[in-house]
Design a protein around this ligand. Structure first.
Ligand SMILES: [Zn+2]
Length: 137
């Protein structure tokens, strides 16, 4: 399974070269694979007002959704140090936009770590919670 994600990780690595990270110098790239085989990339985009920074995986997913992509099956995340897992905000966005996806991270030893989106954020808040709210009110 890990071999099939090597080219996706290569695209994530390439996306990191476009990182806009003048403050942290922490370049991250991401590539999201849609059900039709198309790949959508993204990089982290920082802002002098730090909290407005957008992570690479969110950029890739927003890029995919903006292009009309459906059924994201995998999201690769690359950083030169490796072992960079999605932050809490990205886990929530992944739970919304790519709940069935494999999430792939390059490790410090050069291997790929593959996990399921649901492993990243168990008991995620989602549409089901809003429906419960509507039913009870
Ligand atoms: Zn993030």
């Amino acid at each position: 399974m890990k071999d099939k994600y090597k080219s996706l990780m290569d695209k994530a690595k390439k996306a990191a070269a476009k990182s806009y990270s003048p403050y942290s110098k922490f370049a991250v790239g991401s590539a999201a694979l849609a059900g039709d085989g198309k790949v959508y990339t993204g990089t982290n985009i920082e802002n002098a007002s730090y909290h407005l920074t957008n992570c690479a995986e969110r950029t890739a997913l927003f890029n995919a959704v903006s292009a009309g992509a459906k059924n994201i099956t995998a999201v690769a995340i690359w950083n030169k140090n490796g072992d960079v897992f999605p932050c809490g905000s990205c886990r929530q966005v992944i739970a919304e936009l790519a709940p069935e996806a494999d999430i792939i991270v390059n490790s410090a030893n050069g291997k790929l770590i593959v996990m399921r989106a649901k492993e990243l954020l168990p008991f995620a808040f989602g549409e089901k919670n809003l429906k419960q709210l509507i039913v009870k009110s």
